[in-house]
Design a protein around this ligand. Structure first.
Ligand code: SF4
Length: 463
């Protein structure tokens, strides 16, 4: 008698929060797939739903609770994981029927909870139906042409508004050879853009004393500059240089050493530096790392070495004790710094953060008014910086290609310039692209127009 193989159980995943949480979700799904599970794109088809939550801000917590509520209503068999896992009692009080609550990076517990909820019915080798996998058999939630490369977890700082060190623990860096091996495999498998992420990329390796490993016959340290140099040596199977973008960089002195690599075209000329404020008083109250007065000189110097350097940052307005003078200082600083991309936030107390007990709470209407002024100023700066790109030819990585127009058959596409990280920055909207254009290709684009966030153009050649 033939062995009857029942259908593999299906897991739904709702992934909230930052790119780091997305990487966690990918890891969980990779493990589950190795155990024979399949993914479900909707609630109805899932035997169990994992909700990977974000608990950083109260608004993010609310969004996570809403997502749990939706998964409970639509499916009813729900496992909660991620940053809000620390608040199991609160989650259970609101949703007594959730199957399990586990914390961030507790992959084993999530996988065990899934096994309990929907036992695996077959071995991984029986399931022949293809899934979206990378070449290592990993499940990818990002498109194949870009991938996040997580170099460390946790953080050694104690910024007063942040509870990440409590949630995720102290800095724990990965070995440099493991990071480089992963990067190399991703590029061999089709990744054309690597996004280096961590809580503090500049501090990479501090916890392991910048331990050296042998890599391709060279000794390389677990240090941001060695990492940048080695990532700059990667080549795609076609022999081109993949884009490598550095996120969450603090302006420690050694950052100066990666700028020449950007000028040489080995690293993408892009730095994501979460400055959060500029006024020395507010930065001190925030207890920010690398808070030094000469940052504007450094930025000027970086741009002299690499004129195309794009800097993205985020800023908080209405931090306790922020005066009108502090806020004006920030606006003046931004005029000088001419950052390319800026995200603005109104200060929100986070449960457990020391900033909550600081004196000088800023009234909500003042926060709102400052937020609007910040957005107006940064949008004006961004408009001018993007307008200066009109007429230039820039490399653009393609994210999506549209269908031919019903009337004239023309095809449009969306992509990003080197100044645009996926999901957080702007886009380049292309007209009249060749029919064989594919996501992940890098094309030279003549920029024809610009607005406050995006560029518009037409391809002139394919690289
Ligand atoms: S550097 Fe500050 S804001 Fe960033 S994770 Fe560490 S404590 Fe939080």
């Amino acid at each position: 008698m033939a062995t009857r193989i029942s259908d593999a159980p299906r897991v739904g995943m709702v992934s909230l929060g930052c790119p780091k949480a997305l990487v966690d979700s990918e890891r969980i799904l990779t493990r589950l797939r190795a155990d024979g599970y399949r993914m479900s794109a909707d609630y109805a088809g899932a035997d169990v739903v994992v909700v990977n939550t974000c608990g950083f801000l109260d608004s993010a917590k609310e969004e996570s609770l809403e997502a749990i509520g939706e998964a409970m209503a639509e499916n009813g068999r729900v496992i909660v994981t991620g940053c809000m896992g620390d608040e199991a009692a609160m989650i259970r009080a609101r949703f007594p029927d959730v199957l399990a609550v586990t914390g961030a990076h507790q992959y084993e517990q999530v996988v065990d909870a899934v096994h309990d909820a929907a036992p695996p019915s077959q071995g991984p080798f029986i399931d022949l139906i293809p899934q979206v996998l990378d070449d290592e058999g990993g499940v990818k939630l990002t498109p194949r042409h870009y991938s996040y490369l997580k170099i460390s977890e946790g953080c050694n700082h104690s910024c007063s508004f942040c509870i990440i060190p409590q949630l995720r623990g102290k800095l724990a860096s990965r070995r440099i050879d493991a990071v480089l091996r992963e990067a190399e495999k991703l590029v061999a498998a089709g990744t054309r853009e690597l996004l280096v992420i961590s809580q503090d990329t500049s501090a990479y390796g501090v916890d392991i004393r910048h331990q050296e490993q042998s890599w391709k016959g060279r000794q390389v340290r677990a240090h941001m500059t060695d990492l940048a140099r080695e990532l700059g040596q990667l080549r795609t199977p076609e022999g081109t240089t993949p884009w490598v973008r550095m996120h969450y960089v603090y302006p420690y002195p050694h950052v100066d050493q990666v700028i020449p690599l950007m000028a040489e075209g080995l690293l993408t000329p892009y730095l994501d530096i979460p400055f959060q404020h500029a006024s020395p008083g507010v930065l001190k109250a925030m207890r920010r790392p690398a808070n030094e007065a000469k940052v504007l000189d450094r930025i000027r110097n970086w741009r002299e070495i690499c004129p195309d350097l794009a800097i993205r940052s985020s800023f908080v307005v209405g931090f306790p004790g922020e005066t009108e003078d502090d806020f004006r200082y920030l606006l003046d600083w931004l005029e000088e710094a001419q950052l390319d991309r800026v995200g603005g936030f109104r200060f929100e107390p986070v449960e457990g953060a020391t900033a909550n007990i600081l004196p000088g709470a800023v009234p909500e209407e003042v926060k709102e008014e400052r937020f609007q002024r910040l957005m107006e100023a940064t949008s004006r700066i961004s408009t001018a910086r993007l307008a200066a790109k009109v007429g230039r030819i820039l490399p653009v990585i393609i994210d999506e290609v549209g269908e031919p127009d019903e009337e004239d058959g023309s095809i449009g596409a969306t992509g990003r310039s080197q100044a645009d990280a996926p999901e957080i920055d702007g886009q380049v909207l292309l007209r009249d692209v060749p029919a064989d254009l594919q996501p992940g290709m890098i094309v030279d684009v003549l920029v024809e127009e610009a607005d406050a966030h995006d560029l518009f153009g037409v391809p002139v050649s394919q690289r």
